[in-house]
Design a protein around this ligand. Structure first.
Ligand code: ATR
Length: 277
């Protein structure tokens, strides 16, 4: 019997998840499938009801359904509740469950790139206050960072995030960025700035501490101007593609009962796909 999985979104044609999960299905010789399914917002309740038949083992959820799907589930995991969005679904008996694996993906990639980073990092500077920032902040808080400073173009949103998550989060104004850079052991760009077609993230890294980690969740281009500049100034660049790959691991493990590895070969396939577009 084939274990069927999906990614739903609207639109969904751009999703790279089939490349990741399809690669793992082939690598492990599994009888499985992973397909993109376009589900319009009005069709979401019917699609979720359909999952209860057991036709699929589970799947991923992307824009615009990550929040709307939550009240339709029987169980929502702790990370998803904290982040306020679900990206992974699975069936446990007749219970339809969901959780968010973005924080785990962010941490998994950071761990793989800079072993022991969390033992050295006290202060994190998170730029942005959207959904991606919530996942990153959740991950950093779970890891026990002493200080997580959130800076956002719209200050009210940074403030809201800091209040919702509580200590050790604190919001600061965008104007303070140049000084905050000098206090950070880890800087994370969670905005779409620097992505191909978007303006660059104009962050002054003059004060960057040597050895500070600069993590950009943008992965198109694979190496953003921010990461180039960080490297030039003695920082440790961590790219966004790894987070995309690592966030896929927990879902695959649930659906197929095999914990897959993020290998250089898989990464190379994704890189080729990104460069080809
Ligand atoms: P996501 O769920 O991918 O994080 P989002 O919720 O739309 O997407 O959040 C996008 C983030 O990028 C926000 O922090 C946004 O800042 P605002 O809250 O002020 O909108 C940030 N962002 C997007 N374009 C920006 C720009 N030109 N300058 C500064 N920040 C920007």
């Amino acid at each position: 019997m084939t274990t069927r999985c999906f990614v739903i979104g609207h639109p969904i044609a751009h999703s790279r998840s089939p490349l990741i999960h399809g690669g793992w299905i082939a690598e492990h010789g599994l009888a499985g499938s992973y397909d993109r399914i376009d589900v319009a917002p009005s069709e979401l309740p019917a699609f979720i009801a359909r999952l209860r038949s057991g036709e699929f083992a589970g799947g991923n959820v992307t824009v615009p359904h990550k929040e709307a799907v939550m009240p339709l589930l029987d169980h929502v995991g702790e990370a998803a509740r904290a982040i306020g969005a679900v990206n992974t679904l699975w069936l446990e008996g007749d219970r339809l469950c969901g959780d968010n694996t973005d924080a785990a993906g962010f941490l998994g990639h950071l761990d793989a790139c800079v072993a022991g980073w969390d033992a050295r990092a006290a202060t994190a500077l998170v730029i942005g206050a959207g959904g991606a920032a919530r996942a990153v902040c959740h991950g950093l808080k779970v890891r026990g960072l002493a200080r997580i400073v959130v800076v956002n173009r719209s200050p009210a949103r940074a403030q809201e995030l800091a209040v919702a998550f509580g200590a050790p989060l604190a919001a600061r104004a965008w104007e303070n960025l140049p000084a905050l850079v000098g206090e950070a052991d880890l800087i994370v760009n969670t905005t779409s700035l620097g992505m191909t077609g978007q303006p660059p993230l104009d962050l002054d890294l003059t004060a960057l501490c040597p050895g500070a980690i600069v993590d950009d969740i943008v992965y198109v281009p694979l190496k953003t101007a921010l990461l180039d500049e960080a490297e030039r100034r003695g920082g440790v660049p961590v790219d966004g593609l790894g987070m995309l790959l690592h966030q896929a691991v927990p879902g695959f493990a649930r659906w197929f009962g095999v914990t897959p590895l993020v290998t250089p070969a898989l990464r190379t396939r994704l890189e080729a796909d990104i460069l080809g577009h």
